[in-house]
Write a protein that binds this ligand. Sequence first.
Ligand code: ZN
Length: 341
Amino acid sequence: MIGIKNSALSLILDTEDKRMLEEIKLQFLGRSGKLTLAIKDITKVPVERRPEIGRLANEVKTTVEEAIQRKESALKSEASKTREKQIDVTIPGIKPTIGHIHPLTQVLWEVVDVFKTLGFQAADGPEIETDYYNFEALNIPKNHPARDTQQTLYLDTRESKTTPGEVILRTQTSAMQGRVMEKTKPPVRVIVPGKNFRYEQVDASHGFEFWQCEGFMVDKNVRLTDLFGTIDYLLKKLMGEKTEVKFATTNFPFVEPGVDTYIKCTVCKGAGCGFCKGSGWSEIMPAGMIHPNVLKTAGYDHKKVSGFAFAIGLSRLVTLRYEMKDLRLLTNPDLRILEQF
Ligand SMILES: [Zn+2]
């Protein structure tokens, strides 16, 4: 009886197959299984030993049955684990979404690249600026009417020692002219890309927060025609060789003479639309020859050197380049807009 138990248990332990286990079950517990027959044979044992042998036989039977049950459930859970592990390699995978550079940054990088080839260096300036660099150093003293054209956002400085109204969010990247010229002797060729802030009515072509790229050059004999050539070169590089550029005189306190640069509206191709306010031309950058007062304030000798300056409206340049009807789309978080670039 013990021999039968041992051989049954070792067979059960060794098997890793459900069908084999079934066979072992039959071999021992089936109608003519070894254990079944051994139990039947108890009748041949002398009467006085029968109870003892019977108990032993029952024990062996229970042990073997339990071992088979344990093995069955072990094999079952093994099988379900294997199913979980199985991977169907034919199912298409999930593609991770990859981001890309914002159109504004793309154009900004291109602008920087074009100016690099012309020998300009890029400088970075503070967005929180003082009234001095944003206005006074640019020939716009306090109470000058030109300040009205740049609705300024003032920082609350009540908790600090700063004079009220001295600290502002810069309204133009030109604020860096004074900072750079104070520290650098001519010749200088610098561009300053960055964000500006004005308290403006927001519409299709105006935002309260907008990107500019300031550029200026000071050297001996810098002339207005150098400015025209530089702007024309830049716009043709960025917008295509066929881009039509137009200059018109205008007035800014920090330049003399001042010019406004226009390109033919890419939205309506010159026919007139809401974006260009019906004129067919879109204003893209104010520019001009740096005013002698600005050079003097920075410590330059305005009789020996001259220079030009311009401020490219980057946000507007991007909308014109991609023929977008509304500047506000550039700061819209809807990915369906950005995914198109
Ligand atoms: Zn237009």
